[in-house]
Design a protein around this ligand. Structure first.
Ligand SMILES: C[S@@+](CC[C@H](N)C(=O)[O-])C[C@H]1O[C@@H](n2cnc3c(N)ncnc32)[C@H](O)[C@@H]1O
Length: 207
């Protein structure tokens, strides 16, 4: 990882108040696709790297319950304020990370989502995170993120090389299948932004 968990959390604490006003067309298209692929009536949803809750709050009207998890208290505060304003009382925002999602033992998660967050991890940590997600035994995992469909143009990085560490689509696809997810959709939003959908293969999590 190019920055520690604490450094990422501190960076997002500082960005939190302005975060929602600063999105690219590609981010919006990616977020819309994540929501479309993740929507399921009555589902229990876990949103990892929830930030200010964009995906969690968009899924709340169809879900039974949504758990939003993040390492930045500043981002979580914004998310909670939006949930209060919008009357979303089936969404709970709390501290949690990719490695320790902080899901109560008695909660069965149906759908895990993550948008524009996993690229902060290095590839080894992404693999470990995807396995941790598989161990929760969701039916589906929807990942929207910065990812490379080809050789990224060094003059037009869609990310900040000093803090971000995006993977290739191939590496992520392998990590999905190694963790027991069958890859059912690969959506290219931009040659550096995409959405992957994994469905848990029948018969277990493949671990
Ligand atoms: C670019 S924001 C995306 C927020 C939101 N998912 C969205 O679509 O707007 C990335 C978020 O990932 C969080 N994050 C970074 N590393 C994380 C980790 N290891 N575990 C959980 N959250 C993390 C950051 O704190 C930040 O809120």
């Amino acid at each position: 990882m190019k920055k520690s968990l604490d450094e990422h959390a501190a960076r997002f604490d500082e960005l939190a108040a302005e975060y929602d006003g600063d999105h690219s067309t590609e981010y919006r298209a990616c977020a819309d696709l994540v929501v479309t692929h993740a929507e399921e009536d009555g589902a229990v949803v876990l949103d990892l790297g929830t930030g200010t809750g964009a995906i969690a709050l968009a899924l709340a009207p169809t879900a039974a319950r949504v758990l939003g998890r993040d390492i930045s208290e500043g981002m979580l505060e914004q998310a909670r304020a939006k949930a209060d304003e919008g009357g979303s009382d089936n969404v709970e925002f709390d501290v949690g990370s990719f490695r320790d999602p902080n899901v109560p033992e008695d909660v069965d998660v149906d759908v895990v989502v993550s948008n524009f967050a996993m690229h902060h991890l290095d590839d080894e940590a992404k693999r470990a995170a995807i396995q941790t997600i598989a161990d929760l035994e969701p039916d589906r995992f929807v990942l929207g993120d910065v990812m490379f469909f080809g050789e990224p143009d060094p003059d037009e990085p869609f990310y900040s090389p000093e803090v971000d560490d995006p993977a290739t689509v191939g590496m992520l696809a392998d990590a999905f299948t190694d963790a027991g997810f069958a890859l059912t959709a690969v959506e290219c939003v931009h040659d550096q932004v995409g959405v992957l959908v994994g469905e848990r293969a029948i018969g277990g999590n493949g671990a």
